[in-house]
Design a protein around this ligand. Sequence first.
Ligand SMILES: *Cc1c(COP(=O)(O)O)cnc(C)c1O
Ligand SMILES: [Zn+2]
Length: 409
Amino acid sequence: MPFSALSHLDCPRCGARHDPDQVHGTCSCGSPLLARYDLGRVQASPRDIAARPADLWRYHELLPVREAGHVVSLGEGMTPLLALPKLGRALGVPNLLMKDESLIPTGTFKARGAAVGVSRAAELGVSAIAMPTNGNAGAAWSVYAARAGMRSLIAMPVGAPAVTRAECAAAGAELYLVDGLIGDAGKLIAAAVAQRPGYQDVSTLREPYRIEGKKTMGLEIAEQLGWRLPAVIVYPTGGGVGIIGIYKALRELLDLGWVSGDLPRLVAVQSTGCAPIVRAFEAGAAASEPWPDAKTVAFGITVPNALGDFLILEALYATGGTAVAVTDESLLADQRAAARLEGSFICPEGAACVTAVRQLRESGWLSEADEVVVLNTGAGLIYPDTVPAGAPVLAPSGSIPAGPGQPGG
Ligand SMILES: *Cc1c(COP(=O)(O)O)cnc(C)c1O
Ligand SMILES: [Zn+2]
């Protein structure tokens, strides 16, 4: 049995098929390409999977890397699926679970896309990758590129989380800061790649394999629930790779017969400061319009114009899902609520999902009985400035009050 059941690349817009063993960007029609597998050739069973190491490569038949020796790994995957009983009760959704990506290398789920994308690029002979990023993807791709012995060229907005710059620099990336948004960084990268032979543009959905890494979140949720699907999955949506990937993964599991029944209703969460998918969903549209003057503290979801917009919207419509916008103020309040009630310091993007659950329960879209999985896509530690942490400064000769003072200083 082959290590990977990869069969071809498929264009979800024009239907063209492409040879997966050549390096590809988008389809000639401009659409992202999706990897397809010969699922009939997969002989492994859920039982076999359970006996494999606890990382995302346990699903190797459903991943595009052809040879085990080409896997570039830092141990990513099989993050916890945590129950959040106190926060869930406070929100009126007692069966609330969180897939916690803060424990993964680089501190965000971007490591999944980078591990699979870099491994496959290296397998196909690519020697340098280039990408625009809101920070987290650049950090992840530069460390995996370093491990693979590849060069990396990264451009990110000056406003991106500072620690992600440090991670790129430490890993030896060629790093540029752009006084603009991710779209501006994308144009600079595309122009540079055109002049640099051997560099592959691995921008969001401009190569087919990042999504394959991110889809493993969906595979893991199903496995961790005992090959059962939750009622609802709530995802902080920027470029949408995660939500498109989760949808793709769950459909592959249905085709394999490893799960059955209805797919979970998928929820795309955005910020009121950048909500192109929410606006398109509310209009019943098949594609989105670029969002002007995008701005939110949930930096990873500041994507005004997603290449895969039509795929995100299709996943929402097909599963009876929805799209919700939340304010920075409310997501920051829920970031603290999650830490105080559950001890989990989640990232602002993850906190946006908690606020979305609150809003959807209030509107009646969610019921008390629903089993809801929120994605915490990264560690709160990456965004230290989102929580004010004033505390009294004491002289060595000073004293601490005999009883408890104010929490948080
Ligand atoms: C990139 C990112 C997102 C958005 O992911 P997409 O798959 O592009 O929609 C969400 N949260 C964090 C922390 C991110 O870095
Ligand atoms: Zn096409």
